[in-house]
Design a protein around this ligand. Structure first.
Ligand code: BGC
Length: 763
């Protein structure tokens, strides 16, 4: 038993005025402990446990403490200061039954140290590294007195207009499911009860990434087949990995808002999937049932939500106000309240809070004087992850890597913007801690070449967008707008380019453009920056684009005109170092896209695992009467799984251990991967399966496995994938998960398009 745990137990056992409950003798028997505790709770105390409130910076602390001591609050979020959380926990310890609070926060891609955004993490295809990012996030968050995160966010997204695409892990159910498992494991560690673990609450359950037209908060209307096959697996994977919480989505699903959806929260989540944890609403979502038009008023909204199975109401007072009356009138029965209270108390138990309410808060004497002291940050991990997140999209004439001794003109509004480096949902990250690209390059070139810098353009000059971003801005700082006339800024940048050997332009979106509620109607780089790029191109100097953005962009002009394109997403605290590592060749990029890049907005949705059609378009054949767009080239600009390296890899000699698989059997698929270039490097070998004939329409292919391999120049290796009947399963028309006999094609390659194949038959 740790000293901290012993202290906590004493607190439970000995605090003044202690009653028999919670009975410490039962502390190691969860069901008995919770049953005993609940047997002593009044209805009001139970309802109090179902309230999750946001702690704003200006909220009166005394009033909150009073509410907590009166047993009217079950948990809080958005408070990350030890002293505040301790004060609130002290108040909870003064409540009649001394039930501890829990403290939650949106720790989505880092806490104090910020890792790349979700799309960036996913681009690494490195499950160990992603788990490590979640583990580090948990260690930092727990050290800041937090018990729970509202993450991972595993919404599949195939419409890049949706701003929250940035937060998720892309378009593919298999890859996102693997990441869901890795992140839950990372956050919760060996147990969510550990002092350095936090509980994961997977979100947004369910299907939030499929909002119609990519417009945030819009409706979702989806066939059950697609739901089961493509959108639900990642939530399920997180739950199977032990996620203790689920956050209910803001959208409706086939006409019923998720927050009032009994099928979703009872039949699917609890009965089919066996989820035993806590289901929290999203921010204000229960109140929104009135605006969805399924509840007349707040009272009806509370009734629908609690009966459907939303255990905690976030950031509203509806449960507190309405549930007592609803129980009295018999519209809600106590058993329904008890069900939710049991889930909340169960989660607190699992977080170790009944054993020690101060498990993560610690003692005042240990409070860190400086939360951002270097020793508390995890910069090496952040640099490692950020390097792995970078995806090289183009590299003509070996424009990259750059020589350190070169004269480089660094331009663009994102070249030196510390806040933007972090991306949205940057938790307790601080802009000042981020290394910008300018800083990273300066360090790398010190004493060698020459770095010339000019901003060149604002992210956007569109006043409507600027107003929107200012309104959104988390840090309450104005979005920086350089007041100089755009032509002057461009002229300055072009002038510097004239003195340089090469131009590096950091362009894209500011972080607020890829955020909650930031849906776009266009996917291009804003006009102010495009004008800059056109002027830079006209100089004739080699042009390297470093992209910072939270969604696939329309890069048709850029891909045709830039000499090199490096997708960096928002790469986090150490982003500037990591990008410089790649630009100067200290690290060979190996990231692969977790989401397809369409050629234009009109191609949306573009995703590699599209269901088959009766008149498929065939590359190189006339398009007439096939499924295509006649105005432009078909297929994505950059496919799922794509990404270049400074060396070249080949995949050859695909073979199967058998051309038949018996029921319950397995077979091995092998391929030789070779590094035929001049540098050591890593790549991701991807295995796709195509089900040739089935009782329902199946996708053209589906990712089923992948392996990251590292090879020296001239080295080759045989990679073996193991395929079992389980990998051939899909949901049939009766929503049964089955493998049907027939032919399958095994495809192995370095992206979803460039593959080689072999076939086998399942008998
Ligand atoms: C978002 C959630 C987030 C919550 C709490 C909501 O607006 O949709 O993802 O967890 O706020 O911050």
């Amino acid at each position: 038993m740790t000293a901290r745990l012993a202290l906590g137990l004493c607190a439970v056992l000995l605090s003044p005025g202690a009653r028999a409950a919670p009975d410490p003798a039962l502390l190691n028997d969860k069901p008995a402990f919770i049953a005993d505790l609940m047997s002593q709770m009044t209805l009001d105390e139970k309802i109090g446990q179902l309230r999750l409130i946001s702690i704003g910076p200006d909220m009166p602390r005394e009033k909150i403490a009073g509410e907590i001591a009166a047993g009217r609050i079950g948990g809080t979020f958005n408070s990350v200061v030890h002293a505040d959380n301790r004060m609130m926990q002290d108040a909870a310890r003064k409540s009649r039954l001394r039930i501890p609070l829990f403290f939650a926060y949106d720790v989505v891609h880092g806490h104090r140290t910020i890792f790349p955004i979700g799309l960036g993490l996913a681009s690494s295809w490195d499950m160990g590294a992603i788990e490590r990012a979640a583990r580090v996030s948990a260690i930092e968050a727990a050290a800041d007195s937090l018990d729970m995160t509202f993450a991972p966010m595993v919404d599949i997204s195939r419409d890049p207009r949706w701003g929250r695409t940035s937060e998720g892990f892309g378009e593919d159910p298999y890859l996102v499911s693997r990441i869901a498992q890795a992140t839950v494991k990372g956050y919760q560690g060996p147990s969510p009860a550990r002092a350095d673990s936090i509980m994961a609450s997977v979100k947004h359950f369910a299907l939030y990434g499929a909002v119609e037209g990519g417009r945030d908060y819009n409706v979702v209307d989806m066939s059950p087949l697609r739901m089961y096959q493509d959108y639900l697996p990642p939530y399920r994977a997180a739950i199977d990995a032990g996620a203790g919480g689920v956050m209910v989505a803001l959208n409706s699903i086939n006409g019923i808002p998720a927050s009032a959806n009994t099928w979703l929260l009872q039949d699917l989540l609890r009965k089919d999937w066996g989820f035993r944890g806590v289901a929290v609403s999203d921010h204000g979502a229960i109140t929104e049932l009135v605006r969805h038009g399924v509840a007349r008023d707040g009272r009806e909204a509370a009734r629908l939500a609690i009966r459907a199975g939303v255990d905690m109401s976030m950031a509203d007072t509806l449960y507190l106000q309405e549930l007592p009356g609803l129980v009295k009138s018999g519209e809600v029965n106590v058993a329904e309240i008890d069900r939710s209270v049991r889930n909340v108390l169960g989660a607190k138990y699992d977080m170790g809070l009944f054993h020690d309410p101060y498990l993560r808060i610690g003692a005042a004497v240990d409070d860190p004087p400086d939360l951002y002291a270097e020793g508390r940050m995890h910069r090496a991990d952040a640099r490692e992850l950020a390097r792995k997140a970078l995806v090289l999209l183009e590299n003509r004439n070996q424009a990259l890597p750059l020589a350190r001794t070169a004269a480089v003109a660094l331009v663009g509004p994102l070249a030196d913007s510390p806040l933007d480096m972090m991306g949205s949902w940057s938790a307790a990250g601080k802009g000042q801690s981020s290394i910008t690209l300018r800083q990273g390059m300066e360090e790398a070139m010190r004493g060698k070449g020459r770095l010339l810098y000019a901003r060149g353009a604002n992210v956007t000059d569109d006043p409507r967008v600027v107003d929107y971003l200012n309104f959104l801005n988390w840090d309450r700082k104005e979005v920086f707008q350089d007041p100089r006339p755009p032509a002057d800024m461009i002229a300055e940048a072009v002038g510097l380019a004239g003195q340089a050997d090469v131009i590096v332009a950091a362009v894209g979106e500011s972080r607020g453009m890829s955020h909650e509620s930031s849906s776009r109607t266009r996917l291009d780089i804003p006009a102010s920056q495009r004008s800059l790029l056109h002027a830079l191109k006209a100089t004739g100097k080699p042009l390297v684009l470093v992209l910072m953005n939270g969604r696939p962009l329309d890069l048709q002009w850029e891909s045709a005109n830039a000499d090199a394109l490096l997708e960096t997403w928002y790469s986090g605290t150490e982003g500037g170092h990591a990008i410089a590592d790649v630009l100067f060749g200290d690290y060979n990029p190996a990231g692969k896209l977790p989401i397809s890049f369409p050629r234009s907005i009109g191609q949306i949705p573009t995703y590699y695992n599209h269901p088959r059609v009766g008149r498929p378009f065939v590359e190189g054949k006339p398009g007439n009467y096939t499924s295509q767009y006649f105005e432009e080239k078909n297929g994505p600009l950059y496919p799922f799984g794509y990404g270049l390296s400074y060396t070249d890899f080949t995949v050859s000699d695909i073979s199967l251990s058998s051309t038949r698989m018996e029921r319950g059997g397995r077979l091995a698929a092998r391929a030789t991967v070779a590094n035929i270039g001049q540098r050591p490097g890593e790549t991701v070998v991807q295995l796709y399966l195509r089900d040739e004939t089935a009782s329902v329409v199946r996708p053209v292919k589906e990712l089923r496995d992948f392996r990251r391999v590292s090879l020296a120049p001239g080295e080759s290796r045989v990679i073996q994938f193991d395929i079992g009947e389980e990998d051939l399963k899909f949901f049939n028309a009766r929503l049964e998960h089955v493998a049907e006999p027939g032919e399958f094609e095994v495809q192995i390659g370095l992206d979803s398009r460039a593959v080689r194949s072999q076939r086998f038959e399942l008998r």
